[in-house]
Every structure is written in structure tokens, then in C-alpha cells.
Design a protein around this ligand. Sequence first.
Ligand code: EPZ
Length: 415
Amino acid sequence: MGKYVITGGNRLSGEVVISGAKNGVLPLLAALPLMKEAYIYNVPFLSDVANTIKILESIGVKIKTEGNIIKSCVGELNPVVECGLSCKMRSSVLFLGSLLSACGQAEIAYPGGCALGERPVDLHIWAMKMLGAEVTERDNAILCRAKKLKGADICLPVQSVGVTENIILAAVLAEGITVIKNAAREPEIGNLCDFLNMCGADISGQGTKTIKIKGVKSLCPCSCGIISDRIEAATYMIMAAATGGELFIRNVNTDHMRVISAVLRKCGCIIKEYDKTIYIEAPHRLYSIPYIATGPYPYFPTDVQPQLMALMSMADGQSLMRENIFSGRYRHACELNNMGADIDIRDKQTFVINGVKKLEGTEVKAWDLRGGAALIIAGLCAEGITTIDNREFIERGYESPISKIQNIGGKIIAR
Ligand code: EPZ
């Protein structure tokens, strides 16, 4: 696996343009079997996007890419997503809903994705059954069949982003009405619903806990943009805060950044919001946060927990952090401790962070996408040189990280 080599100590300044959202583009790509053609723009070029394009081509969707634009055209659909492709990322599970809708059957090998602890697919399977699919599991694959999916009232036990998206993809062409209660409210789900509605779907309530989908006969071609990546934006904001710098974050939806901006203001940052731009200036003294917990949108996102932990490891005082979404999102804490941080990992979901004056550059390992981003933040502040192994994890979710960081004064190269 490749490495990043970072020389710490520079304060970052200038501007960074945020790309389309990884967690926005993946469900839209999974929806492409549902309509004859589509045109998606502001697509970030990430390895997860490249892998999803391979899945689409393997099931009979022709893809043309021109810069950050994807054009699709559906041919004869093959309902089987083979293991070599689906095991590379979590979002391949969304092809259950879209293939069931598009051709009445789907066979997906168990999805992969970041190792964040338990990542079952039981609710995805339960939801497909609720919509009338027959589901069997064999040789590490999930097989679904349904002559015609039927709308249902589905109350989710957890506000799962992926399960909410899978139900929408399965219900959009189903017979009758589907109501999702306790639905996830992430903006990326709104992006998917807006795209499907532009194609002729009848979806309402996105962004609230109750989403209603009235099945329609078919969907027509349309074009849609990907919303900007709030997690990437948060990552660069934290980079500025950690290095004593100042940044203009361009092409960002400030409404999606409310909780991030509030937390970073609590750390002492100066944050100003303009139309699609956020200006952030690091404080002279970085305040610790007595208690912060992750939760489903609009609460503090689990995908920014590792990055905030890296920041708090250099804050003045003690911070208590609780990870409420994933049971195993903690390995970055071990790596940060190898750099001289003082993080007490209580039970893999509770962390007591005692701020230290300085981190020391050393060899560390990215175990997942956002944990890797946290190590970049730490490396940019540490004394000396930090080498981060497994950079491919980071490139799953960040477009052109090296050029973006170099353009704002960060010393980082790939090896
Ligand atoms: C999506 O993952 C995102 N991935 C994740 O981003 C993000 O961390 C997560 O939502 C939470 O916001 C994409 O959108 C591609 P969940 P997803 O289903 O859908 C439990 C990143 O770094 N659950 O909302 O897989 C699950 O274990 C990635 O960009 C079940 O129990 O997450 C978790 O505790 C990481 N059974 C909780 O729900 C199921 O069948 C929320 O997970 C499904 C989920």
C-alpha cells in the first residue's frame, strides 16, 4: 500500500475548493439502473466512484465520463454484483434496492467498507422483505427476488443512512405508498431524492424523520448535480484550526456545516459564513471540549470524529468524546498516541483526550478513510516527519488531497 510523507509545522492559509460529496454520489450512481439515461455533474473523482462505475458496467449500465461529469445509458441488466467489486465498499449494498426495482432480482456479495466495528446488513435485508422481496443468503451473497415490490410502512430501529437510501431505491417504482419512519436526515439522502424526483419519482419528507414514497410506473432521463462534501469541508476546517492557520473553504453549503462550525467556535476558532464560502481562522489558544458525542444528522457527524480527536489531542485541557454510531471507530486514537497524544480509549466508543503541547512525527498507519484524514491533520502539526501507510484508504473519500493540501501550504507528498 502507498504512503503519505508529511513534514509538519506549516500554518495553512489560502483557499480550498470542496468537491462533490462521496456519500452523495454513491447512492446516485446506485440509482442509475432505474432510468434509461442520466447525466450527473460535480462528481468527485475517488476510488469509490471508480469502483462503483465498475459495478455499473458489470451489470449492464454503460458509463461515459468527461471530467467531473458522468453520463449513463442502461442496456440489458445483469442482476449479479460479484464479490470482487461489492466487497470493496459498503455502498454496494444499495444495488439491492435499485436492481430489485429495475429487474425484479438482485444478487450482491456481502459489502465491504471501512472497518469501523460491527457493520451488519440485517436491516437492509429486513427492509427488502418488508417491501415484498424473497431474500436468501448463500455463499457470502444476498439474493433477492420480487415479481413486484409493494409499498409498506417501515419504522427503522436506527436512523440508518444506507437503509433509508435502499428503501427509497426499492420503493420508487413499487406498487403503492411506502412510508419510512425514523428515517435518516442526512443531506446526501435529500440529494438522492431530488435526483429521483427530477426523474419523475414522487418522494416527499426528505430531511425529516418521515419520508413518503409513492411508487410510479417509470422514471425518465434527467441531469443532477452532487452536493458539496460537508465531511471534506469539515476536514479542511480542522486542518486550519490545528495548524494555527486561516482558510477560505469554497463551494460549501453552510447550512450543512452548522454543527461543525458551532463546535469549532467552541474551540476558539473565528468562523465567518458567506454565500457558499466559510472563512475559518485558528485561535491563539485551542480550547478543549468538555463533552462531544456523535449522532445522526443534524448532530455531530461520526465521519468527523477522528479529525476532531486529532485537533483535541493538541487542545488546552481535557475533552471527553463519545462515538455513538459505530462500535469500532477508534484505531486512529492508537495511532495518535504513537505520535505523542494522550488519549485514554475507555471502551472503543468513549475517549478521554488530554491535550498535549506537541505531537511528534513518526510512522503511522491509516486503518480507514476518516482515521487516515485525522493522521494527515496530526502530521501537518507534528514536529518532524510523519509517514502514513495505507494512503489508499484516504483516497477513497478525498479528491486530490495532495494538491489541495500543497496549495494551502502543507508539506505532503505521496510515496
Ligand atoms: C453511511 O454508512 C456512510 N457511508 C458512512 O460514511 C457514515 O459514517 C454512516 O452512513 C453514518 O452517517 C456512505 O454513505 C457510503 P448507517 P452506512 O447504516 O449507511 C447500523 C465515511 O467515512 N446498521 O447509517 O453504512 C450500523 O451498524 C463512511 O464516509 C445496522 O445495525 O451507515 C451503525 O451502527 C463511513 N444494520 C448504524 O446502523 C444495518 O443493516 C448507522 O449506520 C445497517 C446499519
